[in-house]
Ligand binder design. Structure first.
Ligand code: ADP
Length: 451
């Protein structure tokens, strides 16, 4: 089986075993160490060989300069002080194949040297003739053996240490994860404010903790706004229910005999139920939007039609205001006609509500570049710059609005904005206290119409 496949099989086997994280880390490091031990030994060998070159050359030069005492063999006396163990003069000349320094080095076992000792034979030409010098590797072998066992023992010690103290190490290594698990376990719908501590955790865990914290921030914000929504909605529904309850008990006591009480109660109950119906419809619209089940029936049409119809209805809604419709340009848009009508009605209703009797309300339609602009301007009370950023929030009503207008729940503009955004447009407002307000809807002109 090829080595790579065996390696893959081994890795798969390891990953299938349910080792603890610390043990996995230990095994990983042990394997790494074995790999590096091998490379370290090769590197050390190369360095040693290179370091020995000058000494070997010196030895060969020294041997060439002296004549052997014994027949063809240098005596122990002559070898003293030299790096080589033995040296011999050869009878025949060096074979022509032995070219270059490396070719002249031979690693061999016990031919000229003591038995079982590895040695290096180096051939060289000298003034005395071709010679071979024998360098024993016994010392280096001992050094290598020592080094190898030292590294192996260290590795084994580490593996045993990991095995023996794995529970303690697991706890220590996995402490940040355990802390995070404990913090996560303490989270509940009523306690979403717990955050993971980032200080103690390092690197990847720090990133993980801060990503989870950001996610919790988002969940908490959304959960709080849902909670706020439910509480605001119940609050809005409580008032009309209380009013209806009041009139019902009035009817029960005096309604059967007093015609005036009867008429007043019927009209009040009818007014409150209309308001409640509108509120419930708006709440359902927002719920559909939040659940992402809001459906748009898109069609390509000229908004002039919508503007004229809203203008017509507005005149019926209030006789106390002056209405004007300005058609300043042509544009064809793609959108849900019913929803755009609802959007314009919200803006016109507000203009009527917040503009004193006798004021002017202008509906305008125009085109600007790639956009169609639909706007509603009034000469009403205006909105202060502090309030402007908040008027699109759900259930937001200015104090002034609450005093002047009892009708309304602060949901109109948030619905208006949802409709505009769903059409890929923008809703802007310009307003000045005491002068009036202009709400402008910018919608993209339909490409289909532009051809
Ligand atoms: P509602 O009208 O039911 O209170 P909206 O969401 O439609 O709720 O409007 C939010 C607030 O914005 C209003 O309470 C009012 O303070 C302000 N507002 C909206 N339209 C106008 C306007 N045309 N002129 C002055 N203030 C306005």
């Amino acid at each position: 089986m090829p080595r790579r496949r065996m390696k893959q099989k081994f890795s798969r086997l390891l990953s299938n075993l349910h080792f603890s994280l610390t043990l996995r880390i230990a095994i990983h490091f042990a394997r790494q160490l074995l790999n590096t031990t091998f490379f370290m030994l090769v590197t050390v060998t190369l360095i040693l060989i290179i370091a020995q070159v000058p000494t070997v050359n010196q030895t060969l030069d020294a041997l060439g300069a002296i004549k052997p005492d014994l027949p063809r063999q240098y005596s122990a006396e002559q070898m003293r002080g030299l790096a080589a163990t033995n040296a011999y003069l050869l009878e025949e000349p060096l074979p022509s194949t032995l070219k270059g320094f490396i070719a002249k080095i031979k690693l061999a076992f016990a031919r000229f040297a003591p038995a079982q000792t590895p040695y290096v034979q180096i051939y060289a030409d000298s003034p005395e003739g071709p010679l071979v010098a024998v360098f024993s590797l016994e010392y280096w072998l001992q050094v290598y053996t020592l080094l190898f066992w030292a590294l192996l023992c260290l590795d084994l010690y580490r593996a045993v240490y990991f095995l023996r103290y794995r529970n303690r190490l697991n706890k220590k290594v996995l402490k940040p994860i355990a802390d995070m698990a404990a913090a996560a376990a303490a989270l509940s719908a009523n306690n979403l404010s717990n955050r993971f501590s980032i200080e103690g955790t390092k690197n990847e865990l720090k990133d993980l903790a801060s990503v989870i914290n950001q996610m919790l921030d988002r969940i908490e914000r959304s959960y709080n706004s849902q909670k706020q929504f439910v509480s605001d909605a119940s609050h809005e529904l409580r008032t009309p229910i209380a009013v209806i309850q009041g009139y019902a008990s009035m009817l029960e006591r005096w309604g059967k005999t007093d015609k005036a009480v009867l008429d007043e109660s019927i009209s009040a109950i009818s007014q409150e139920t209309t308001g409640m119906k509108e509120l419930v419809e708006r709440l359902l619209f927002l719920a559909r939007h939040d659940k992402k089940t809001l459906m748009l029936e898109m069609e390509v049409f000229d908004p002039t039609e919508v503007m004229s119809s809203v203008h017509r209805d507005a005149k019926l809604l209030s006789v106390a205001h002056h209405f004007e419709l300005q058609l300043l340009g042509n544009a064809i848009i793609r959108g849900d006609k019913g929803m755009l009508k609802q959007l314009m009605r919200i803006l016109v209703d507000n203009a009527i509500k917040y503009t004193p009797a006798g004021g002017h309300i202008t509906l305008a339609m125009g085109a600007e570049g790639e956009n169609c602009i639909l706007s509603v301007s009034d000469t009403g009370e205006g909105i202060s710059s502090e309030e402007l950023p908040r008027i699109f929030d759900r259930f937001y009503r200015s104090d002034q609005a609450r005093q002047v207008q009892s009708s309304g729940h602060g949901l109109g503009l948030s619905i208006a904005r949802i409709i505009v955004v769903a059409h890929g447009g923008t809703l802007n407002v310009r307003s000045k206290i005491g002068v009036g307000s202009t709400f402008s809807v910018r919608l993209p002109i339909s490409r289909e119409a532009r051809g």
